[in-house]
Write a protein of this length. Structure first.
Length: 375
């Protein structure tokens, strides 16, 4: 039997030509595309399939086939789309969902494409709203730095002969900025289209340089074989060793603010990759009885109570209320969640603050580094 060649839904739709969804990585590392194309073909992951279901459900106006989490994400996206329509005056416009647009050369040969989640067209005003939805959990780029949105906006402006494009990026799981919007006029859109076409040519040329970086390397499936990325990680490992040897802040203080930001980004990437590799070793150990010299698989069995209410009754009957109180932990957040069933989140917090004023104390905050929403 002939072996079936694996392809993602995206590869099939884009005919394996450059696609706007990959521009943020490809344009920042011109040699990335050629290296990735040498990797084994893959089918859609569970995360990609989840996104496809959500996007299609929004286009079909039905969430019946989605699970609870997917339906919640889709519903939130729909709500945010309605906010943008109202805020930027697109009521009554021609609405279109999930269409792929192609840029072609003078011979009408396809060059690159972009699949647009939604676009609304006001023909009388030559005005267009273009929207991209991010249904995953990882936060992406600020919209002004997002080549996917910019290239799609420029392509649709050319296709419709629009004079103004309102471009938006919806990320329903971003608590700080669930949607971002930028308004682009035709002269700027023409410049973006020229830049996009030039970059599309560049990423398809042979022997282009590969440039490691957070954006282009984050989801690149070729980074495990990329010489530049591997060298960058080795240099980072040496830097970490130097920091330990220094035992102080002198090496950090010698860096500029920009260099410190890049260093923190590299460190977080390094830790994420180390965890991924350790998880692979763990899976190997689960499959093989003796695969790693000097290491054994440790099993930890967790015990769980299946009926907490009944367990509390047993303790109360056998040992009394004092024992029950001693082993029962009050959860402030759980209490507030119960309050939210009958009131708003803000009202629940205010009620909790008043009720427990005599026994509520704020601990010193715990800090962590979070990447700012600007480059």
């Amino acid at each position: 039997m002939k072996k079936r060649v694996k392809q993602t839904q995206h590869d099939i739709e884009s005919e394996e030509l450059p696609s706007a969804s990959g521009f943020d990585a490809d344009f920042r590392c011109l040699g990335r595309r050629a290296l990735v194309r040498q990797m084994p073909k893959e089918e859609d992951t569970a995360i990609q399939a989840r996104g496809q279901r959500i996007h299609q459900a929004i286009a079909d106006f039905t969430f019946h086939d989605l699970n609870k989490s997917e339906a919640r994400t889709a519903s939130r996206i729909g709500y945010l789309e309605a906010e943008i329509v109202h805020e930027y005056g697109f009521e009554g416009a021609e609405v279109n969902f999930e269409q792929r647009f192609w840029d072609v050369n003078d011979s009408l040969e396809r060059l690159w494409s972009g699949r647009v989640d939604r676009h609304d067209w006001q023909k009388d005003k030559r005005r267009l709203w273009l929207n991209d939805n991010k249904s995953g959990w990882a936060l992406g780029l600020p919209i002004k730095h997002c080549w996917q949105v910019k290239s799609e906006a420029a392509l649709l402006a050319y296709y419709y002969d629009a004079q103004e494009v309102v471009a938006s990026l919806i990320h329903p799981h971003d608590a700080d900025a669930p949607y971002q919007v930028m308004v682009l006029q035709r002269p700027e859109l023409d410049e973006i289209l020229d830049s996009t076409r030039y970059n599309v040519e560049q990423i398809q040329l042979p022997d282009q340089p590969r440039t490691p970086g957070g954006i282009q390397c984050k989801y690149c499936k070729a980074k495990t074989i990329c010489p530049e990325y591997i060298a960058d990680q080795k240099a980072l490992a040496q830097t970490i060793a130097d920091e330990w040897e220094d035992e102080g802040f002198s090496a950090i203080l010698r860096r500029s603010k920009k260099e410190r930001g890049e260093h923190v980004h590299q460190l977080k990437e390094f830790m994420a990759n180390a965890k991924r590799i350790l998880d692979q070793y763990l899976e190997l150990a689960r499959r093989d009885t003796d695969p790693i010299a000097g290491w054994v698989l440790k099993r930890v069995y967790k015990r769980v109570i299946t009926d907490e209410a009944r367990a509390m009754e047993i303790v109360d009957d056998r040992y009394g209320e004092e024992m029950l109180a001693a082993v029962t932990k009050f959860q402030l957040t759980a209490f507030e969640k119960e309050l939210e069933k009958t009131m708003s989140h803000k009202e629940a917090l205010e009620t909790s603050e008043r009720l427990f004023a005599g026994v509520l104390k704020r601990k010193d905050p715990e800090y962590s580094l979070r990447e700012a929403r600007s480059l």
